[in-house]
Design a protein around this ligand. Structure first.
Ligand code: SF4
Ligand code: SF4
Length: 61
């Protein structure tokens, strides 16, 4: 499973810096999560870091 970023993303970049596995990159219109890389932060943090840092609640399950 992986989180995804929805179109309320304002491309602030905070999630990209917070991801422990570099699964997040700038997409065509807003940021995106590579579902093959996202581990939902399991083994790294107690909660998904992208969702924790996102100011617009755009990282969702
Ligand atoms: S849940 Fe964790 S591993 Fe997945 S994209 Fe967000 S920060 Fe990266
Ligand atoms: S932290 Fe939220 S608003 Fe900022 S780039 Fe990531 S998904 Fe977009």
């Amino acid at each position: 499973m992986a989180l995804k970023i929805i179109d309320s993303c304002i491309s602030c970049g905070a999630c990209e810096a917070a991801c422990p596995v570099n699964a997040i990159s700038q997409g065509e219109n807003y940021y995106q999560i590579d579902p093959d890389k996202c581990v939902e932060c399991v083994g790294h943090f107690d909660s998904p870091q992208c969702a924790d840092v996102c100011p617009t609640e755009s990282c969702v399950k």
